[in-house]
Design a protein around this ligand. Sequence first.
Ligand SMILES: [Zn+2]
Length: 231
Amino acid sequence: MNSFAESPWRKNLYNIACLLFMAATLIVMSLSAGGWDITGSKGTHMRSELCDHKRDIPDGRTLFQQVCAAGGTERAFSGVHDRVDESNTSGTYRCACCGEPLFPAVAKFHSGSGWPSFTAPVANALGYRKDILQFGSTEVHCAACGAHLGHVFDDGPPATGLRFCINSVCLWRDDGSSSVATDQIPWILNAYLVLLVLFGFCASCCVLTKSAVIAAYPYYVKKRGQHNSGG
Ligand SMILES: [Zn+2]
């Protein structure tokens, strides 16, 4: 008699592998920048009292509220900073609410996406949040005031490999100051990998459910038999 083939480990090998896969998924998602937020609290943390309300907002104050305070997204190719001449690499892009430096102008590049794009932020300027309902994309906000800025993706140019895709309305360009980009780049989970992982997660759940149904079926038949003979 082959004891390994009969052992519970062997019988449950598939279920154990699925559980390990799910645990690994949770760990990997938690390690990526911003962790894992399933409550969908994106863009609702702007501390309006920290905003400089006297500063002019070229893209409009209504849009500023909709995007930076409420977590929305401006129309592509509509923002003033998307149309700016990128050969001018002096100056700093600051938060349109609180004025903290966010990105050096030298880190800006033309992505063609329709939103101002940067390869790296100023050190400690940003906070990150991940919303599972947005397929694992990583939200970016101002670390000082909480204003929603945009998202970060891992398909940027070689220097960092990151593309910080930022709403123009949440930025103001300060030509009179300079700043340096950080080399402490966060690890960003690839959104396509997240989709793949979610698919695997669902498939694992299906397998586990099927196993549970198969395991419970003899008890169901027995119970039903007792019920029928009793009645
Ligand atoms: Zn800010």
